[in-house]
Write a protein that binds this ligand. Structure first.
Ligand code: NAD
Ligand code: TYD
Length: 336
């Protein structure tokens, strides 16, 4: 493993992973392949521009010829697929994009990986493929997948294709299922960056329904370390959960953000719930821990770091909350 293609590497987790890998492995070359949708920001990778170990290619993972070309040109041996349409609310408003990119796009990458006999294809998946998990249950890797939103269904579909290529064609694959990530470069449509940036502007924090839904919010670098470990020590054909194994309700998460920023809890506003909202996700990560991984940031530490990053990097997020974002915001929250 020397030449990695990181699809979706200009997005939130992908760009954190690129920084992490280039810092950690001085002999790896990384090529980012990214369509630069509304969620992709080339400036997330600015510090590596001009470095011989780094290249950026703009392209769509659904475009098989473009994927083949970038893999051949850069002698890629490993694909790590972060590229996806990732927002559940957008997947409810317009489900076509999640099917196209998350399912068809993953298929195109697999096809090229098979044709060019790559060393590894790693799929970035999500805890959402298990569906809503009632307490005290936790999802283990062998549990059935019961996705309930267009987003999670598309991610489950992609996973099935990845596994089918392993079984049918012997493609060397691995998959990680991460819980909710938080940290730098998080697009401000997702709950934590949305609430943080709204609070900074004294705008309401829109909590869906009663706010008692639970998520496992992990620091993005802990997730990156988990992916790295699976790339190097994971068993082919296997799935690995990655999370803190501690769940927090959305209302508690929102109050903590307000406390960190010294803003009043009265900014919290309950709005109509998300359609089909999964009440809880909860992972059992013992399989990954057995490989030597551990989550290194508690939720409180991860949240504090994240909120402080947004305070210090207003120049990054402020321009994002304009244009198409405002149109989306009106559509998503205007009538709630
Ligand atoms: P993001 O929305 O911040 O970034 C997605 C990136 O993919 C963007 O740079 C975008 O331009 C690119 N992209 C989208 N469609 C593309 C296409 N057709 N071709 C090429 N590039 C395309 O997403 P994220 O939060 O960083 O998530 C990355 C991956 O991790 C996704 O696969 C997601 O399902 C998974 N995941 C995310 C979380 C989370 O909490 N954010 C948790 C678990 C798993
Ligand atoms: P989100 O960040 O969209 O991640 P996901 O739905 O993939 O877990 O949402 C996290 C939680 O916060 C989820 O339970 C939905 C809730 N939420 C709100 O209450 N209000 C909001 O405005 C958003 C975006 C999310």
């Amino acid at each position: 493993m020397r030449n990695l293609l990181i699809t979706g590497g200009a997005g939130f987790i992908g760009s954190n992973f690129v920084h992490y890998m280039l810092e950690r492995y001085s002999d790896y070359r990384i090529v980012v392949f990214d369509k630069l949708t509304y969620a992709g920001r080339r400036e997330n990778l600015l510090r590596w521009e001009g470095e011989p170990r780094f290249a950026f290619v703009q392209g769509d993972i659904c475009d098989l010829a473009a994927v083949r070309s970038v893999v051949q040109t850069h002698e890629i041996d490993t694909i790590v697929n972060f590229a996806a349409e990732t927002h559940v609310d957008r997947s409810i408003l317009a489900p076509d994009a999640v099917v196209t990119t998350n399912v068809n796009g993953t298929w195109a990458l697999l096809e090229v990986a098979r044709e060019l006999q790559l060393e590894r294809f790693h799929q970035i998946s999500t805890d959402e493929v298990y569906g809503a998990i009632p307490p005290p249950q936790r999802s283990r890797e062998g549990d059935p997948l019961e996705p309930r939103s267009p987003y999670s269904a598309s991610k489950a579909g992609a996973e099935h294709l990845v596994y089918a290529y392993y079984i049918t064609y012997g493609l060397p694959v691995t998959t990680t299922r991460g819980s909710n990530n938080i940290g730098p470069y998080h697009y401000p449509e997702k709950a934590v960056p949305l609430f943080t940036t709204n609070a900074l502007d004294d705008l309401p924090l829109p909590i869906y329904g009663d706010g008692l839904q639970m998520r496992d919010y992990q620091y993005v670098l802990d997730h990156c370390e988990g992916i790295d470990l699976v790339l190097h020590k994971g068993q082919l054909g296997e799935f690995y959960n990655v999370g803190t194994e501690v769940e927090t309700t959305n209302i508690v998460m929102a109050r903590k953000i307000l406390d960190i920023l010294g803003k009043p809890h009265s900014l919290i506003t309950h709005v109509t719930d998300r359609a089909g909202h999964d009440r809880r996700y909860a992972l059992d990560c013992s399989k990954l821990r057995a490989l030597g991984w551990q989550s290194r940031h508690s939720f409180d530490e991860a949240l504090e770091r994240t909120v402080r990053w947004f305070v210090a990097n207003e120049a990054w997020w402020r321009p994002l909350k304009s244009g198409e974002y405002l149109e989306y915001y009106r559509k998503q929250y205007g009538e709630r």
